[in-house]
Design a protein around this ligand. Sequence first.
Ligand SMILES: [Cu+2]
Length: 454
Amino acid sequence: MTIAFVIILLVIATLVFHFISPWWFTPLASNWQTIDNTINLSLWVVGAVFVVVSLFLAFVIIKFRHNKNRRADYEPENNKLEGWLTLVTTLGVAAMLAPGLVVWGQFISVPENSKIVEVVGQQWHWSYRLPGKDGKLGKTAIKLISEENPFGIDVNDINGADDLLVKSNELHLLIEQPVKVLLRSKDVLHNFAVPQFRVKMDLVPGTVTFVWFIPTKLGRYELLCEELCGIAHFTMRGYIKVVSASDYQTWLTSLPTFTQTLARDTANIAQGKQLYTGCVSCHGIDGQGNEAMNAPKLMGLSRWYLHRQLSYFKRKIRGQNSDDLYGQQMSAMSALLPDDKAIADVSAYLSSLTAIESIPVSTGDAIKGKAFYKNCSYCHGEHAQGNYAMNAPKLAGQYPWYLKRQISSFQQGIRGAHPADLYGKQMILMSKTLHDERAINDVVSYINSLTNVR
Ligand SMILES: [Cu+2]
């Protein structure tokens, strides 16, 4: 008897939860109402069956409960009843599956007037490529990917020259314009999913997959990787901003073509050395750093990392937090570098310095630190040598006081929390794997004990 009431309560609770629960789909922002309809239909079919079968079970338990004066009837066959049950079940299953086939048909028939956009996934961020005026994307290959050519575009393919590259994690789309999104992965399986658009698809290394949709509502939507693609999978987020025609045009004109990004490497090392004279008082004559000035070692850091940090300081993405005293100092100093060219020059100069690097000593327990460093090595490399593909800088050879300060800045959100800081956010999350001062000390000791490979 009790079990019958439990079942009835379960049915009531489920229904109440369904109707009052705040959890439901985010408002639709694309043409894919049909996907919602299919999901809803399945839910209604499954829901009705759940209610009817559960209540029937409860009814039977109550009605035919144990009674000394009653005996059960044995009825192994009932063709009529079985016929009905088979028919009803078949209709129910067909109602759930058949509309899905129709919607899948639409899902794979891309409208003629769609515009192409390429989305590239890698551990753990997104980038985008649009065809230039010719409307065609250039060929790509994994083996062509390098620091200068992160998309791996084939320079010999004429279609690639005017491709527009978006290195940021924000893609803009024109409202009411059907788009065919080509999906490509540089490393492992990822999944392209924007909840408001409803459509989602895996990115598979070695092949190009696609989805299509029409964005129907202006707004900025979060792009999630819905594939468990590695330890920092949850940091793999991007944004899709649906904009009006004029905003879209402005955005397009701001994008560099592939040719322009290649031509950009005109950094002048001599010029960079000249510019660096303004930095010597803090960072030292060879960029060896200076503890008294709180200034880290710069020599031997990668060009792309130096470039990024200097433009972060300049664009007030790093060093603006009111608790970030040293970052603020440095941010003020970035005024010595008037423009992007100057930043490129000084970065090229600093990364060219190959003076012998002393290995700093620190006081933590390097053996314990090694265990902590396991997580860090996925991005920063086994020898803390840095890894361009992961956007993670070299840590080996850096002063312990500076490393500790940065780790705790990340932990407190003093560094990396600015909305335009794409990579700092990953570090904020990672820094929290070190639970106390002791752990920070230990991991830094381990980093300092690593052979300082360049
Ligand atoms: Cu992913």
